[in-house]
Write a protein that binds this ligand. Structure first.
Ligand SMILES: *Cc1c(COP(=O)(O)O)cnc(C)c1O
Length: 427
């Protein structure tokens, strides 16, 4: 299946029913699984045999959907989580513990910024935020002897900065750490970060992957490419015996699957942010049309961005599909057909007040705390998602007070543009 093209993986990937089995992946709405003798069950608990025993660790529906996302990204394995937040937390926590440090691009999703900058610090895991567009030598300075990872978003939410993945991979590998990237906005339809050297990919599947705003979820995908044993002392959680599994060593027992197996067998076992099988089923329905929806989102967003750029009421527009974007060239190189995502940011002339008035005037585009689903929606980050950030933090995150995040849906572009026109005419 892996050698098939993206569209085929989206529709049919991983689920290959045999004669008489359900054509559609069933929802295995069962917390537990039956065995005939106690030794079989014991082997599962020791990771000596593979199989299902308790849904907190693994569930057949979840595995099919995780396998599909792994195939789309070109990875060796994946794990679903209950949310994108859980995915990013586990991705770091799988290799960092109290006393460790990681480096992260400062312009990232507000929820991730809080998680890394505030909550993980309480666990004794320190982060240094850096400007992703800074020269390599500048970013090098943030690395310390206890640094365990480099993290960035391929397209940042909401500032839409495009990460130079090759540059970041080069920096991470020079310092002997994996590059972890959040690929939520481009999705593997537009970008496959492993091809540019990223080692681990995370997703908020809540966004385009589900695509219909029905289920919060997340995913971690492992490329299998990072050589943990080469830096054995640094990544001792993977390269030395795990007491909680009778001294099993993940890199020895699972090779390229060491990282993702540890995330499942240890972190998910202990912390339990599993995606409900029902949600995985809904996510899978979304994935079945991902290859159709994402290009449509981008095509509509391009039309909206071009309209805004030519409108006198608009102070500025940011979309990497526009030649005026400083990320245009990078987007052309890294993204399939230069397509980035369906989100456009801009400001209305007249500052924050007029931007807010404009948002209130919209009719087709709804004000929701969401982004990247089939219905066009809009948000003012400084007043909504990023409310908790101080003026200084907003500035560091690159969020202007008048920035409007406009998530272009899959409706007819002409109706979306007409809505923008009427809202502008009233403010
Ligand atoms: C939404 C989002 C998250 C958090 O995901 P949830 O599913 O809301 O927990 C993480 N990263 C990015 C880029 C996001 O857009």
């Amino acid at each position: 299946m892996d050698s098939k093209k993206q569209g085929t993986i989206c529709v049919q990937g991983v689920w290959n029913p045999k004669q008489g089995e359900p054509r559609v992946v069933p929802i295995y709405q069962s917390t537990t699984f039956k065995y005939d003798n106690s030794e079989q069950m014991a082997d599962l608990f020791d990771l000596k045999a593979s199989g299902y025993f308790y849904t907190r660790l693994q569930n057949p529906t979840n595995d099919v959907v995780a396998g599909k996302i792994a195939a789309l990204e070109g990875g060796v394995g994946a794990m679903l989580t209950s949310s994108g937040q859980a995915a990013n937390f586990y991705a770091i926590f799988n290799i960092c513990e109290a006393g460790d440090h990681f480096v992260c691009a400062e312009s990232i999703y507000g929820g991730t910024f809080n998680l890394f900058g505030v909550t993980m610090k309480k666990l004794g895991i320190d982060v240094t935020f850096i400007d992703a567009d800074a020269p390599e030598e500048e970013i090098d300075k943030a690395f310390k002897s206890n640094t365990k990872a480099l993290f960035g978003e391929v397209i940042t939410n909401p500032t839409l900065a495009v990460l130079d993945i090759e540059k970041f991979a080069r920096i991470a590998h020079k310092h002997g750490v994996p590059l972890i990237v959040d690929n939520t906005f481009p999705t593997p339809i537009n970008c496959r970060p492993f091809e540019f050297g990223a080692d681990i990919v995370t997703h908020s599947t809540t966004k385009y992957m589900d695509g219909h705003a029905t289920a919060v979820g997340g995913c971690i995908v492992d490329s299998g490419n990072f050589d943990w044993d080469k830096y054995g002392d640094k990544f001792h959680g993977l390269t030395r015996p795990d007491e909680s599994y009778h001294g099993l060593t993940y890199t020895k027992a699972f090779g390229k699957l060491a990282y993702i197996t540890k995330a499942t067998a240890q972190l998910m076992r202990d912390l339990g942010s599993i995606q409900a099988p029902m949600n995985a089923f809904l996510l899978n329905l979304g994935l079945e049309t991902l290859h159709l929806r994402v290009p449509r989102h981008c095509e509509n967003a391009q039309k909206v961005a071009e309209f805004l750029e030519g409108n006198d009421n608009i102070a500025w527009v940011n979309y990497s599909g526009l030649e005026s974007s400083k990320y245009h060239k990078l987007a052309m190189k890294q993204f399939e057909g230069g397509r980035s995502c369906g989100v456009v940011t801009f400001a209305v002339k007249g500052g924050r007040e007029r931007s807010l008035k404009f948002i209130d005037n919209l009719q087709l585009a709804a004000i929701v705390t969401h982004v990247a689903d089939s219905r066009t929606c809009v948000l003012h980050p400084a007043s909504h998602t990023h409310r908790q950030l101080s003026e200084e933090q907003l500035k560091a995150a690159g969020i202007d007070a008048d920035l409007i995040r406009f998530s272009v849906g899959t409706e007819d572009a002409s109706d979306i543009i007409a809505d923008i026109e009427q809202a502008l005419s009233k403010c």
